[in-house]
Design a protein around this ligand. Structure first.
Ligand SMILES: [Zn+2]
Length: 276
């Protein structure tokens, strides 16, 4: 295994080689114990070597020499909420950025199975926000649910257990964006049927990917809001002609993400039983 510094510098140079950054765009960080390695600000990713990386603490304060980039808060909020994450990669890949700066988001709902397993149930597009507290706050609630996000009028950010996984996820986002643009003249994408999502999320949980599965039950109301579903009200009987789903006291509405999460939870329990 290459030293972490070498891996981070390689990923930074790969962003440039892939054509996903121009000028000084893009940044990479990796968790290194209680500190984080970060690419230096105001440097082309083409030129980043392992010795150029700077170190910051969990508040984004530089330890030693160098100056940190302005988007460090986006990285730190992911690490804060996801102890399983070891690397965060941000870039401006042309197709993903085109979608981030256009109306709508054709890649939000999954249209191929791999995207659900690798990235989660959605690829959300956050509204444009200046780097800082607003951007951090917009990203925070998504960290535990998905592994990649489009940043409105800006670019894309993805995270993973290590630099390779974070890079592969960003690559998948850009690939999906290219497919979506290719599908446009053919009439646009057809998302996967809803019934296909639960087994794929179960496969994601079984593979130990993401933190969505085990957090989903606990955060069901938050999840519903994020996914844009109407929030169910607790009631003993459904209100006739009301579009708002009802939930029996202590129960979960059928077909809702919390029910999907229960399916995922059952899969995990079954998988654990098989192992023991
Ligand atoms: Zn950027």
């Amino acid at each position: 295994m290459k030293p972490l510094r070498v891996q981070v510098a390689e990923v930074a140079r790969q962003l440039h080689a892939s054509g996903w950054v121009a000028n000084h765009d893009g940044n990479v960080t990796a968790r290194d114990g209680a500190r984080f390695l970060a690419t230096p600000t105001a440097t082309s990713k083409r030129l980043v070597g392992e010795r150029d990386l700077i170190e910051v603490d969990a508040r984004g304060q530089v330890q030693g020499r160098g100056k940190v980039f302005g988007e460090i808060g986006l990285h730190l909020v992911v690490y804060e909420r996801r102890p399983d994450v070891g690397c965060v990669v941000h870039a401006h890949p042309p197709c993903a950025t085109a979608i981030s700066a256009s109306r709508g988001n054709p890649i939000e709902r999954p249209f191929i199975a791999e995207a659900v397993v690798s990235l989660g149930p959605r690829i959300p597009k956050l509204p444009y926000a200046q780097p800082g507290d607003a951007a951090r706050a917009a990203l925070a609630p998504w960290c535990e649910l998905v592994d990649a996000v489009l940043l409105g009028n800006h670019g894309a950010i993805a995270w993973g257990a290590d630099p390779e996984q974070a890079l592969l996820r960003l690559e998948l986002v850009e690939h999906l964006a290219r497919i979506a643009i290719a599908a446009q003249p053919l009439g646009g994408l057809e998302p996967l049927p809803d019934a296909a999502i639960a087994p794929l999320l179960a496969a994601r949980a079984k593979a130990g990917i993401g933190r969505a599965a085990d957090r989903a039950v606990a955060t069901a109301p938050e999840l519903l809001e994020l996914l844009g579903e109407p929030r169910p009200v607790v009631a003993c009987a459904p209100a006739p002609h009301s579009p708002v789903p009802t939930i029996a006291p202590g129960g979960a509405p059928r077909g809702s993400p919390s029910e999907l999460a229960t399916v995922v939870r059952e899969e995990i329990v079954r998988a654990l039983r098989k192992q023991s």
